[in-house]
Design a protein around this ligand. Structure first.
Ligand SMILES: Nc1ncnc2c1ncn2[C@@H]1O[C@H](COP(=O)(O)OP(=O)(O)OP(=O)(O)O)[C@@H](O)[C@H]1O
Ligand SMILES: [Mg+2]
Length: 294
């Protein structure tokens, strides 16, 4: 289990979205999304650009208003929590956003330390920023940076690191924070295959230690390494199941019309097989299955 000082708190528990709709303008970013995620799950979210993947993550930290529906975290309605309760939830959620969410002007080590400041008092936080992290935390930061292949870079200004290196700083921050829920939004965008492997391994390690892991991905081959994949199309979940049920035919429908879609070319070895579909455990969403309706 996660050896965080916060682990004495009641675990976040199951996440349940019920009929969640988010409309920014006319077209919904999410529409009638009903999904349950158990603690410790390892889940990949795929879908074309604009399908609602980032929005799905943002509602899980209450960073965007719901048009309708409910989200329960551990049985409690996320959107009616008090400010203080919400802060407590957010502290236990680790995020890697598409833009990494780092402060570019600060040294890499301080960005890593930000994984810890949520649990610090304001004085200690201020000291960390002004004088740098203290003994034990400084050592942890150095060890963590070493683990992600950035040994000795704690004092380098984050903006002076490459995109892939910044991404590893974001992963190092997760290792310091040890969140119960990890929301990684395209953590493999624009990084080399070695970094991708390293980041995947680290995220899987954190998941093995008990964190629930949700990753938004464009690379279907990496998504296939997750036991559960959810595909969104135009804000609706159109596939929810294990990777062997995600056939090339379904993929081509998930990404239909997406000029930037990165779905793999059809592979005759994994062509659609009705028997597998029937025997498998895919939960195609009833009545709103944009895939099988065709
Ligand atoms: N803050 C916002 N204001 C207005 N529209 C938004 C906002 N955020 C997202 N949208 C719209 O909602 C839809 C879903 O966006 P979202 O960012 O969730 O897609 P995505 O699946 O993450 O796409 P990508 O793969 O390109 O990151 C898009 O049509 C987008 O333009
Ligand atoms: Mg996105």
């Amino acid at each position: 289990m996660i050896s965080s000082p916060r682990s004495k708190e009641k675990p976040l528990g199951r996440i349940a979205l019920e009929d969640v709709t988010v409309r920014f303008s006319k077209a919904p970013a999410l529409e009638d999304v009903t999904i349950e995620v158990e603690p410790g799950e390892r889940l990949a979210v795929i879908g074309a650009s604009g399908a609602g993947k980032t929005t799905l993550f943002r509602v899980l930290t209450r960073s965007v208003a719901l048009t309708s529906g409910r989200i329960a975290v551990g049985g409690r309605d996320l959107y009616t929590l008090s400010k203080k309760e919400l802060k407590g939830v957010r502290r236990r959620v680790g995020t890697i956003y598409q833009a990494y969410n780092l402060v570019p002007q600060l040294p890499a080590g301080i960005n890593v330390a930000l994984g810890e400041v949520g649990g610090m008092g304001s004085l200690k936080t201020l000291r960390t920023f002004l004088a740098g992290p203290e003994g034990a935390l400084a050592k942890r930061i150095e060890e963590t940076l070493e683990r992600v292949g950035l040994s000795g870079r704690a004092r380098t200004r984050t903006a002076d690191l490459s995109g892939g290196q910044q991404q590893r700083v974001a992963v190092a921050r997760l290792l310091v924070q040890r969140p119960e829920l990890i929301l990684a939004d395209e953590p493999f965008a624009a990084v080399d295959p070695v970094t991708t492997e390293r980041v995947t391994d680290t995220l899987f390690e954190l998941n093995d230690e008990g964190a629930t892991l949700l990753v938004n991905l464009h690379d279907v081959n990496i998504a296939r390494r997750f036991p559960r994949i959810i595909a969104l199309r135009e804000g609706r979940p159109v596939f929810d199941g294990s990777p062997e049920l995600l056939t090339e035919e379904k993929l081509s429908r998930i990404y239909a019309g997406d000029p930037y879609g990165t779905a793999a070319e059809p592979d005759p070895e994994t062509q659609y097989d009705v028997r597998r579909h029937v025997e498998g455990s895919a939960r195609l969403v009833e009545g709103r299955d944009g895939i099988s309706a065709h």
